[in-house]
Write a protein that binds this ligand. Structure first.
Ligand SMILES: [Zn+2]
Length: 366
C-alpha cells in the first residue's frame, strides 16, 4: 500500500508541476502580447503624423510644437477634411495645419556667391592709376551701344563711332535734355565716351607728343587705367549748330550739370578739392555714371568715388546698411561686404564690385 500511495503522491506532484509550468508559460505569453501591443501602439502613434495628408514634409512634423506632435485626433481630423470638405471642425484643423507649415517650414534663405568677376564689374568700380580696368570681367556685362544710333534726345556727339554702356545712356540723354531745356540751349554735347585700350594708348601718345609727359600724367590715364574703359564715363563739351566747338569749362551748361547730374545717377568725378585722392586734375567736363542712389549720397556728402567706397567699407554691413532716399522718394539700403557669400536680398537688388576688395549690395526697400 505504501508503494501505491507513494506513486499517487508522485503523480499528484508531477501534475502540480506541469500545471505550474503551463501557468508560467501563459503568464509569459500574456506579458509578451502586452509588450507587443504596446510596441505597435507606440510605432503607430509615432508614424501616423508622417502620413497625414497635410503634413507634407516629415521634417516639418518632427519640428512641430508639443501641442501638435502625436496629436492623433488632429491628424485624423485632417484626414477627414480631405474626404469631407464641408466638415467645419476638419476645415479648422486643415487651416491650423497650413499655419503650422508656413510658420515652421519658412523657406531657407537663398545665398548668393560673390565672384571675382563680380568684384571687378558693376556701377561702382574704381578705375584709377592704382586700379586697372578688367576688360575680361566686364566683357559680358558692359553692353556698349552706339550713342548716335541710340540716343533718345538729339544732342551733338563729337564722333559717329562713340559708344557708351547702355545702362548709362538713357540717364545721360535725360540729363542733357533737362540741361538744354533749363538753359534754352542745344549745345551740350558728348565729346568722349567709351575708349578701348588701344584708343587710350593713342590719346596718351598724342598728349605726350603735344604737351609732354608731365601733362599726360596729370590729365590722361595710362592705357588700362582709364575710367573711359568702363563705358560709364563721358566727357561733355559744347558743340554749336554750325559745328564749331565752345569751352565747356566755365559754361552755364557745366554749372547746371554739376548741380543736377546726381539726379540722373552721374557724378562729377574729378573735382578741384579731390585731386589728392583721385590723382587726376580738376576736369569740369568728365562725368561718371554710378547709378542711383549712390550719386545722390555722394553729391550730398561731397564724396568722390574713392571716399564713398571707403565710407561704405568702414561704416556699413548686412546688419547695418546705409539708408538712402532719392529725390523721387524711393528708399534704398546699401552695404559693403568682403565676404564672398551673402543672403539674397528680398527686394530688387544690384551687386557691384569696387574693383579693390569687396562688393556693394544695393537693395530697393520702398
Ligand atoms: Zn574723361
Amino acid at each position: 500500500m505504501s508503494s501505491n500511495s507513494d506513486r499517487q503522491r508522485k503523480n499528484a506532484a508531477r501534475k502540480a508541476a506541469r500545471q505550474k509550468k503551463v501557468r508560467r508559460q501563459i503568464a509569459v505569453l500574456v506579458v509578451l502580447v502586452i509588450v507587443l501591443i504596446a510596441a505597435i501602439a507606440f510605432v503607430f502613434q509615432r508614424s501616423f503624423p508622417t502620413i497625414s495628408p497635410k503634413s507634407g514634409e516629415s521634417a516639418v512634423v518632427s519640428a512641430a510644437s508639443p501641442t501638435e506632435t502625436g496629436s492623433l485626433a488632429d491628424s485624423v481630423d485632417v484626414g477627414r477634411a480631405e474626404a469631407e470638405s464641408e466638415n467645419a471642425d476638419a476645415t479648422e484643423a486643415d487651416s491650423d495645419s497650413g499655419t503650422l507649415i508656413s510658420e515652421i517650414s519658412a523657406p531657407e534663405k537663398k545665398t548668393i556667391e560673390l565672384t571675382s568677376q563680380m568684384l571687378h564689374s558693376g556701377d561702382l568700380i574704381v578705375v584709377s592709376a592704382t586700379h586697372a580696368y578688367d576688360f575680361d570681367a566686364n566683357a559680358d556685362s558692359v553692353n556698349l551701344v552706339n550713342i548716335k544710333d541710340n540716343q533718345s534726345y538729339a544732342y551733338p556727339v563729337d564722333k559717329d563711332e562713340l559708344e557708351l554702356a547702355r545702362r548709362a545712356l538713357t540717364p545721360l540723354d535725360q540729363m542733357i535734355k533737362a540741361c538744354d531745356e533749363a538753359l534754352g540751349t542745344s549745345v551740350t554735347a558728348v565729346s568722349s565716351a567709351y575708349r578701348s585700350e588701344q584708343y587710350q594708348q593713342n590719346v596718351w601718345d598724342e598728349d605726350v607728343a603735344t604737351y609732354g609727359e608731365d601733362h599726360a600724367r596729370a590729365y590722361v590715364a595710362a592705357p588700362g587705367y582709364s575710367e573711359h574703359h568702363t563705358g560709364l564715363a563721358v566727357d561733355l563739351g559744347i558743340i554749336h549748330s554750325d559745328g564749331s566747338y565752345g569751352s565747356f569749362s566755365g559754361s552755364d551748361n557745366a554749372a547746371w550739370i554739376k548741380q543736377n547730374c546726381y539726379k540722373y545717377g552721374y557724378i562729377r568725378r574729378y573735382a578741384e578739392d579731390k585731386v589728392s585722392i583721385t590723382g587726376i586734375s580738376n576736369e569740369e567736363w568728365h562725368f561718371r555714371y554710378v547709378g542711383l542712389p549712390h550719386a545722390k549720397f555722394m553729391y550730398e556728402k561731397n564724396y568722390c568715388l574713392e571716399e564713398y567706397i571707403s565710407y561704405l567699407r568702414d561704416n556699413t554691413s548686412a546688419e547695418s546698411p546705409l539708408s538712402i532716399t532719392t529725390d523721387d522718394g524711393s528708399n534704398y539700403s546699401v552695404y559693403f561686404t568682403a565676404e564672398s557669400e551673402i543672403d539674397e536680398p528680398e527686394g530688387d537688388y544690384d551687386i557691384s564690385g569696387n574693383n579693390i576688395d569687396g562688393w556693394i549690395i544695393t537693395e530697393k526697400v520702398g
